[in-house]
Design a protein around this ligand. Sequence first.
Ligand code: ZN
Ligand code: ZN
Length: 273
Amino acid sequence: MPDHPYQGRRVALATQHGKDRALAPPLARRLGLIVEAVAIDTDQFGTFTGTTPRAGTAAEAALAKAHAGMAATGLELGLASEGSFGPHPWLPFGAGGVETLAFIDAGRGLELTLSALSRCTNFAHHDVVGGGDIAAFLARIGFPAHALVVKGPDGDVLASGVQDMAALSALAWPGNRLETDMRAHLNPTRMAAIRALAGKLAARLAALCPACSCPGWGEVDLLRGLPCSSCNQPSQGVLAIIDGCGVCDHRERRPRPDGVTAASPASCDWCNP
Ligand SMILES: [Zn+2]
Ligand SMILES: [Zn+2]
């Protein structure tokens, strides 16, 4: 896409964790956007080990990081990612992961966040017991390609980023807890999820608003009221997708991509109250 407005533009990526490896390729390929990793202390926005609790939502945290990267570099474009792993208020499904990406274009007044739920996460922990075997846990979470955090009985972090069996053996005492290290550069599963979401962000930014030509045109809402196939009354099912612009008020309605035009009577409040 040689004529995209972001062709050759630089975007600041606030990260300590090598996320540019996952984020840069799709944005370069699709938009010609150049990702510049800027090392700021992202731990101030919350840590996975719980030493600094996160304030606000994942989208707010990602936007705050993106703004910090822009401030540090003076760039007009900013990018950041934020991961959330269950159990969590946003994750009613148990162990799952949500990756969130924030993109800011200060010149256009655009702030875009995208999230993707991933059931494929190695998020887990294991309490070491006397005479117990940790091998099954280590195999399940993908150690040593995926690192561990070791916590003491009172929850203090004894070591993080542990990817070495000798180091782990010295810490795997009864009463200690092993937790998956969710920092992206130590967690290939998470890095793959970020890469997939970066592809979606690139596609979203590639789409320009039909009214004002701003990048980031796409789904902003769902219109419910899919008619029941039996009684034709509106159900809670999705009737149409609402696309919108992050800068101007332009909105357009389009049909569901799966072609479904009627709801099953089983999901209808009238037929099946
Ligand atoms: Zn019905
Ligand atoms: Zn617009």
